[in-house]
Design a protein around this ligand. Sequence first.
Ligand code: GDD
Ligand code: MN
Length: 245
Amino acid sequence: MAARSVGSSDKYSILLPTYNEKDNLPIIIWLLVTYMDKSGFNYEIIVIDDGSPDGTLDVAKQLQNIYGESKILLRPRPKKLGLGTAYIHGMKHASGNFIIIMDADLSHHPKFIPEFIEKQKLCNYDLVSGTRYIGSGGVYGWDLKRKLVSRGANFLTQLLLRPGASDLTGSFRLYKKDVLEKLVESCVSKGYVFQMEMIIRARQFGYSIGEVPITFVDRVYGESKLGGSEIFQFAKALLYLFATT
Ligand code: GDD
Ligand code: MN
């Protein structure tokens, strides 16, 4: 696979939203650089930190010193403003024609990114979504409650909206930049439910969706920011989309 994209003008902007990820950030960035360099793809990593009290931004600055300002871009915001708007903020600063979004807590392994890129090229997909729910995909480390929440959210959404994609709440995805811009414009949700709305809108607009099985491994360091209010937001958005799309 090496050198495959030499001469290609494609550039991949990887968005990493962070909130209290000081222990995870050095590892995820090292893995990203390792896998992207090995595959020869042109890329940049954009860290969107929301004023993490644990000093994530300072760690990010040190990493920027190590890997260079053209590889690591810092686009912080003063306070925790939510995952959905973090992506939008990062996208505005992206110079790539493709955008990759992923979690920064090592739940999403960078080794899958070359597969996303190959898949996209295969059929010129508008977006490629990582899926835990087909083929070799899966979830590791979640308790039963968390698994049920995820399965339940996917099941209900499949039932009500028939989106034609197997993992609706996952957030490991690759988008053509102009496609992501159009989707973002039409999305109303701001929190975690953003992922689900994006894929529903993609179907609504007739965008083509490729899927790559991924394994999601629960974080080792730090804790999830998903809480009861996110579940409520999800239910609300699901009903809204059911009524309007
Ligand atoms: N900038 C910013 N602002 N980053 C945030 C915020 C925020 O308000 N909230 C969370 N993040 C970052 C975290 O630091 C992490 O890198 C990523 O967003 C995901 O947050 P987690 O708190 O680790 O999410 P999770 O593991 O509970 O949820 C994952 O699975 C869900 C369902 O499968 C995520 O992938 C979700 O996006 C997904 O919906
Ligand atoms: Mn996580």
